[in-house]
Design a protein. Structure first.
Length: 156
């Protein structure tokens, strides 16, 4: 809670928490060992909190919502369509673009994946396109720019 309070006091517009191994926990254990504490942190802040959990998190989605995070950053392994159907409209889903695709994929493969995601999220106003995890070192800058360009084209 101290870090969230310090970031808020410093004038930050949001704060971000990563729980990289939480997807290994059962729903019950997630809440027992992580979720309830995340809830306290998110509730203690006056600015929006982002929560990122690596891996397949669909079974944890409802518990992730209960943490009070305003933005749920999901990994590319999580089913985007089902996540969008599960999360209330006042919670933002962010992510899901595979960083390995950005690193190793062709421009056409990247374009097709982003267009597929745009079709899935077209009727949802609570989606921010982003990578599902960190961008790999050495990822071609033009591939990252393609992600931004395709996302911007879809929002017009």
């Amino acid at each position: 809670m101290q870090l969230a309070a310090q970031e808020t006091a410093a004038g930050d517009d949001f704060f971000w928490i990563a729980e990289p191994v939480a997807s290994l926990l059962s729903t019950t254990n997630f809440w027992t060992f992580s979720g309830q504490f995340l809830h306290r942190i998110f509730e203690s802040s006056n600015v929006p909190g982002f929560l990122h959990i690596c891996g397949k998190t669909l079974r944890l989605t409802e518990s992730m919502v209960l943490t009070g995070a305003q933005v749920l950053s999901i990994d590319q392994q999580t089913d985007l369509k089902k996540s969008m159907e599960t999360v209330p409209e006042d919670i933002v889903i962010m992510g899901n673009v595979d960083p390995s695709l950005l690193h190793f994929g062709t421009k056409e493969e990247i374009r097709e994946e982003i267009r597929k995601m745009n079709r899935i999220t077209r009727s949802h106003r609570n989606y921010i396109m982003s990578t599902g995890c960190s961008v790999h070192e050495g990822t071609p800058e033009e591939n990252v720019m393609l992600l931004y360009e395709e996302a911007e084209d879809a929002s017009v």
